[in-house]
Design a protein around this ligand. Structure first.
Ligand code: NAI
Ligand code: MG
Length: 335
C-alpha cells in the first residue's frame, strides 16, 4: 500500500522550497503520495480560516505531514498556527538534529552531530497561568512539569538513541535551583535512564550546557530537556552548524508527526528563488526515517553533503549564486 502524507505548501518562500523538496523526493522514488492541504495566510484567503478543519482531518488521517513555514498575521488577534497544531495533535517531542555540513558559515566546520529532543507541551510554555498584577508591578507565570510528560520525552530520547545507533543521552536541567519542576524532570529522567543500560546517560545543568556546546560540541549526542531550555538550546545548536537554512525539525506525537524547517516564511526573499531548500529537505529526511525508509533518508543526506561540498548551485545565503530549484536539481542528480 502506498503511504500518503499531507503536504502543506505554506506562505512566503514555502511553495518554492516545497516544490524543490518534492522534486528531490520524486528523484528518490520514495513511493509516497501527497495530499495537499492549506494552512496559514493562503488558507485564510481561500477558506477564511488559518487552520481549516479539512487540513486537520488530512493530518489526522495520514498521520504524517510535511509542512512549509506559515505566516501568522501579527496584531490581529491570531494565535500561532504552529502552536495550535502542536496542541491539537499533542506533538510532545520536538526533535532537532544539528549536523556540521561543508562550506557553510558555521562556527564548526566539522564535529557537530547531535539531536536536541525538546519537551513540547508543558514546562514554562503554558497558555494559562500568565498573570500581571493590577498595578503592573509584578508578573508571575506558571511552569508545570508532569511525571507523564517527563517520562514520555525522556523515553523518546532513549528510544531514538537506540533506533539511530547513538550512544549517549544528556539530561539537561536546572534542578539545583528550580527544585520542583526541573527536579521532577531530572528524577524521572534518571528513572527512565536506568531502564536503558546500553545507552550512556549523563546530566548537565543548562547554563553549563550552553558553554559546553560552544566550546566542545562534539561531546554531545542526544540532548533531552524541558520546553524552554530545549527551545533555547536547539537554536544555539542551529547557530553552531550554520543557521536557519540548514535546520530541520520534527514535531512528533503518538497520533501524528509534522516535519518542517525551523525557519519562517522569509517574506523578504519570497518569490525570488533565493530560498535555501536544505532545511525542508533535511526535515524530509527525518520524515523518511520516521516512515521506515532510513536508506532513502541516508541517500538524501549524503546527496545534500555532496552538493554542498561541490558548491554546486548553492543559494545566496551560503555564498552562492544559485536558485532554489537549481539547488534542488543539483541535489536530485546525486541521490
Ligand atoms: P524567517 O526565518 O522567516 O527569516 C529570518 C531571516 O532568515 C530572513 O532574512 C530570511 O530571508 C532568512 N531565511 C529564512 N529562511 C531562509 C532560507 N530557507 N533560505 C535563505 N534565507 C532564509 O523569520 P521571521 O522573519 O522572523 O519570520 C517571518 C514569518 O515566518 C513570520 O510571519 C513568522 O510568524 C513566520 N514563522 C513561521 C514559522 C513556522 O511556520 N514554523 C517559524 C518561524 C517564523
Ligand atoms: Mg524557538
Amino acid at each position: 500500500m502506498t503511504q500518503t502524507i499531507t503536504v502543506i505548501r505554506g506562505d512566503g518562500i514555502g511553495p518554492e522550497i516545497m516544490d524543490a523538496t518534492l522534486h528531490v523526493l520524486d528523484a528518490l522514488k520514495t513511493g509516497l503520495s501527497y495530499e495537499e492541504a492549506d494552512a496559514g495566510l493562503v488558507a485564510l484567503e481561500k477558506h477564511g480560516d488559518l487552520l481549516p478543519a479539512q487540513t486537520l482531518e488530512s493530518i489526522k488521517k495520514n498521520k504524517i505531514a510535511l509542512k512549509s513555514p506559515l505566516t501568522t498575521p501579527v496584531g490581529e488577534g491570531f494565535s500561532s498556527i504552529n502552536v495550535a497544531l502542536r496542541r491539537h495533535f499533542d506533538l510532545y517531542a520536538n526533535v532537532r538534529p544539528a549536523i556540521s555540513f561543508p562550506n557553510t558559515k558555521s562556527r564548526f566546520a566539522d564535529g557537530v552531530d547531535l539531536i536536541t529532543v525538546r519537551e513540547n507541551t508543558e514546562g514554562a510554555y503554558l497558555s494559562e497561568g500568565q498573570e500581571v498584577s493590577a498595578d503592573g508591578e509584578t508578573a508571575v507565570s506558571l511552569t508545570r512539569v508532569t511525571r507523564k510528560g517527563s517520562e514520555r520525552i525522556v523515553r523518546y530520547a532513549f528510544d531514538l538513541a537506540r533506533a539511530t545507533g547513538r550512544k549517549k543521552v544528556t539530561l539537561v536541567h536546572k534542578a539545583n535551583i528550580i527544585k520542583s519542576t526541573s527536579g521532577l524532570f531530572l528524577k524521572v529522567g534518571r528513572e527512565v535512564a536506568a531502564q536503558y543500560p546500553d545507552i550512556e546517560c549523563n546530566e548537565m545543568i543548562v547554563d553549563n550546557t550552553c558553554m559546553q556546546l560552544v566550546m566542545r560540541p562534539e561531546q554531545f549526542d542526544i540532548i533531552v530537556t524541558t520546553n524552554l531550555f530545549g527551545d533555547i538550546l536547539s537554536d544555539l545548536c542551529a547557530g553552531l552548524v550554520g543557521g536557519l537554512g540548514l535546520a530541520p525539525g520534527a514535531n512528533i506525537g503518538t497520533e501524528a508527526a509534522i516535519f518542517e524547517a525551523v525557519h519562517g516564511s522569509a517574506p523578504d526573499i519570497a518569490g525570488q528563488g533565493k530560498a535555501n531548500p536544505c532545511a525542508l529537505l533535511l526535515a524530509a529526511a527525518q520524515l523518511l526515517d520516521h516512515v521506515g525508509q532510513p536508506e532513502n533518508a541516508t541517500r538524501l543526506r549524503k546527496a545534500i553533503v555532496a552538493t554542498l561540498e561541490a558548491k554546486d548551485s548553492i543559494t545566496p545565503d551560503l555564498g552562492g549564486t544559485g536558485n532554489t530549484m537549481g539547488f534542488a536539481k543539483a541535489i536530485a542528480s546525486r541521490v
